[in-house]
Write a protein that binds this ligand. Structure first.
Ligand SMILES: Nc1nc2c(ncn2[C@@H]2O[C@H](COP(=O)(O)OP(=O)(O)O)[C@@H](O)[C@H]2O)c(=O)[nH]1
Ligand SMILES: [Mg+2]
Length: 275
């Protein structure tokens, strides 16, 4: 078992060399346009669902969302790709989000599994949140309208497809992709439920215009919210290795067929500390 290794026995790097400012060259300009259109649409929705990657629940969310989109409307944070996380951490994550960021409505989902419990609870949660809110100009409308927002590649389109196929038995409709930036068209409106009618607006992923925190950017790249070549494959791989060693996560040793932990993506092993 790889867990037999003791982190204290190794001279792991204290810093990842790729955590440096000049790595921040990636913001694609078209995202500004998307954001403006989303802001304009805001008055015609009842709720904003912000989708994010459950593997990085505390980093990488776009602060522009918090400042301009989610403040104005009821907000549900969907942490998607829960199948790629350690589920025993979920209660702690929820507590921390509530305590530190005052986020009450958090749902963990796997948008690739139609039996996922989070997906089942999302519809009643959404209806509750909207019913208990002031709908202002929309108070007479019988249908509910929801905007799905988030950084690229967190599963926004997959979530809409899954809800649509679960609730209305209509198969995939929106294009989904493993590479960030698949949803370019703005504001595709999809019905995901009838009685009550619920419509969801899919949106393109929007990153923060200048990623000020490089480590956060590397985490986004690891979760594929940024295309690899914009950050550099080597930087992403090296940051992952640095992070795994820092947190004494050594399963990679067996997985990669190594004899022991290593601290250099170009090398097989590192020297042990002299005793
Ligand atoms: N493992 C896993 N992959 C997912 C999940 N949801 C979406 N994906 C994958 O993540 C990638 C991006 O999905 P997409 O819906 O296009 O993301 P969007 O850019 O936010 O609309 C695709 O390869 C999906 O198949 C999930 O819950 N779990
Ligand atoms: Mg999409």
């Amino acid at each position: 078992m790889a867990t037999k290794f003791d982190a204290a026995a190794y001279n792991f790097r204290k810093k990842c060399p790729y955590i440096r400012k000049d790595l921040l060259r990636w913001f694609p300009g078209h995202m500004n346009k998307g954001l403006k259109q989303m802001q304009r649409k805001l008055s015609s929705v009842d709720c904003v669902i912000e989708v994010h990657d459950a593997r990085i629940p505390f980093s990488g969310r776009n602060p522009i969302f918090t400042n301009t989109l989610t403040g104005a409307k009821p907000h549900i944070l969907v942490l998607n790709k829960r199948d790629l996380t350690i589920s025993t951490l979920i209660p702690r994550i929820k507590d921390q989000l509530k305590a530190e960021q005052n986020i009450e409505n958090v749902v963990f989902t796997n948008s690739k599994d139609q039996h996922c419990r989070g997906l089942k609870t999302l519809r009643p949660r959404l209806i509750d949140v909207i019913k208990s809110s002031n709908r202002y100009n929309r108070s007479e409308e019988l249908d509910y309208s929801v905007m799905i927002i988030g950084v690229p590649n967190v599963g926004k389109s997959s979530l809409i497809n899954m809800l649509r196929s679960k609730n209305m038995h209509i198969r995939h409709a929106l294009p989904v992709g493993a590479i960030a930036g698949v949803t370019r068209s703005l504001m595709t409106k999809m019905r995901i439920n009838s009685d009550p009618d619920i419509f969801m607006y899919d949106t393109p992923g929007i990153l923060e215009p200048s990623v000020t925190d490089v480590e956060m950017g590397l985490k986004l790249a690891l979760c594929a919210s940024l295309q690899d070549h914009l950050v550099g494959e080597e930087a992403i791989a090296d940051y992952l290795l640095y992070w795994l060693n820092k947190h004494a996560k050594f399963k990679y040793v067996d997985y990669m067929g190594l004899e022991e932990p290593c601290d250099d993506i170009n090398k097989g092993s590192i020297d042990k500390k002299p005793l």
